[in-house]
Design a protein. Structure first.
Length: 160
């Protein structure tokens, strides 16, 4: 298959070098995500005392109940731009929004943002929110939030 494509390529060496650079970029992103997830895991393991952990669990439970109640009012969250995305991530991190919000953030990032780090991290945050710990999901979302917030500030700085 590849041997059929190589004659059609103008410069197979440059194509291979481009592919190698892309693989290196992906590996770098994976290492970064792995490092961030390890930091989050360490914060969760060693950052909470028993009472703080119990308190955060009760907060999560009451928030889940309130989200279930408010779900009938608004089941779909629409994110139309990066500013709105950052606002929704902030609401999620602050505990003012639940899984529905992180799903909307996930959809927006996957469809509109070409950043492997953001895509990987938001997928991890969504998986944690749905199947794991909401606190861990918030820590992961915080990393995406910081990255996107910095990117927005850089864009606004360049626009001036």
């Amino acid at each position: 298959m590849i041997s059929k494509l190589i004659p059609k390529l103008k410069d197979p060496v440059s194509v291979l070098l481009d592919l190698q650079r892309e693989v290196e970029d992906i590996n770098k992103t994976i290492r970064t995500v792995d490092r961030v997830l390890k930091n989050i895991d360490a914060k969760l393991r060693f950052g909470f005392t028993e009472s703080e952990s119990a308190e955060s669990k009760s907060k999560s439970k009451s928030m889940a109940e309130s989200m279930t109640e408010s779900k009938s009012l608004s089941t779909s969250i629409t994110i139309t731009n990066r500013e709105k995305l950052v606002e929704e991530l902030e609401r999620f991190i602050d505990g003012k929004a639940g899984v529905e919000t992180i799903k909307a953030c996930f959809d927006y990032i996957m469809n509109n943002i070409n950043c492997q780090f953001c895509r990987t991290m938001i997928a991890s945050a969504l998986a944690e929110a749905e199947y794991g710990s909401i606190e861990k999901s918030r820590f992961i979302a915080l990393e995406v939030y910081k990255y996107l917030k910095q990117e927005l500030e850089n864009e606004h700085g360049q626009a001036r």
